[in-house]
Design a protein around this ligand. Structure first.
Ligand SMILES: Cc1cc2nc3c(=O)[nH]c(=O)nc-3n(C[C@H](O)[C@H](O)[C@H](O)COP(=O)(O)O)c2cc1C
Length: 179
């Protein structure tokens, strides 16, 4: 069975990012996918400190934290749902520290993967999400992962505000059909 895993960079458990990600995963489960969901905010992930030991030794990162298990989850999943709200025109720190640690993962982690991006924000201007989306596009172009869909939820500030936006919820429900 194909597997889809959500990695959420939002610290708000009942926030907009998690609501949309759970909508995607529920829709995938209804269509027969195996699903998994990770709250990066609850994970123990240390900063990449650029010691380069991972590349020199070929044995991965010297830090023994939750990235060992999360690296396995990335590898065993066919599709990743990556969610982060816009924080100061960028991703949350939780998402960034997670991505920095991909530096030490083996290349096969990225092979034949697709990704769905979820990006809520308060602003209603497309350009406010442009750095987050641009970061993902350049990074996935570099590691050879295909972006299957990008869902930007504009104009959502309070936790749960996205629940009163039926058009975005429909987008999230339908995204699995694009994989
Ligand atoms: C520290 C912080 C920085 C933020 N920066 C921005 C920003 O630059 N642009 C924006 O439109 N919204 C910004 N927001 C608002 C969030 O993107 C918005 O509330 C979003 O819906 C939060 O997602 P969540 O409910 O999943 O936590 C910021 C919120 C916080 C807490």
């Amino acid at each position: 069975m194909a597997k889809i895993t959500g990695f959420s960079g939002s610290p708000r458990k009942n926030g907009n990012t998690n609501f949309l990600m759970e909508t995607i995963l529920k829709s995938a489960a209804d269509k027969g996918w195996e699903t998994d969901f990770v709250l990066l905010n609850k994970a123990d992930i240390g900063f990449c400190e650029a010691c380069d030991a991972c590349h020199k030794s070929g044995n991965g990162c010297v830090k023994k934290d939750d990235m060992t298990e999360l690296g396995e989850k990335l590898k065993e999943s066919d599709v990743w749902v990556l969610g982060t709200p816009v924080y100061w025109w960028g991703p949350t720190a939780q998402m960034k520290v997670f991505m920095d640690r991909w530096y030490g993962l083996p290349r096969e982690t990225y092979q034949n993967k697709k990704v769905i991006l979820v990006v809520p924000m308060e602003d209603t201007e497309d350009k406010t999400a442009s750095h987050v989306i641009g970061m993902y596009q350049d990074a996935f172009d570099y590691i050879g992962v295909e972006i299957a869909d990008i869902i930007v939820a504009k104009g959502v500030l309070e936790a749960g505000a996205v629940q009163s936006k039926p058009e975005i919820i429909k987008r999230a429900e339908a995204t699995v059909d694009k994989i």
